[in-house]
Write a protein that binds this ligand. Structure first.
Ligand code: FES
Length: 93
């Protein structure tokens, strides 16, 4: 990790969460890409391979935007975010 700021325990836990479910890209890779200079969602996607999966980035883009707004630090309050792919669109089984 290139960031010299210490992470909280919650931030460390958040880093292992998958942000781009389609491509299996974890938050740690997103944060590291931002730490290395990516400053837009497109730059993060280019650096990590996120954002070009089957969902068309509808699931990961909002989370990446939040991480960017958070200065590249992991997002810990994910209650309203579909990070784990738990969509409840009401489709029948
Ligand atoms: S979750 Fe990232 S492209 Fe689908």
């Amino acid at each position: 990790m290139t960031d010299d700021k210490k992470l909280t325990l919650e931030e460390i836990k958040a880093r292992v969460r998958v942000v781009c479910i389609c491509k299996g890209i974890k938050m740690s890779r997103i944060c590291d890409a931002i730490a290395k200079g990516a400053s837009t969602v497109e730059e993060v996607n280019k650096a990590t391979g996120s954002g070009n999966g089957g969902c068309g980035a509808t699931r990961c883009r909002p989370v990446i935007e939040q991480i960017l707004k958070n200065g590249g630090r992991p997002i810990t309050n994910t209650a309203s975010e579909p990070i784990m792919g738990d969509d409840d669109e009401g489709d029948s089984f």
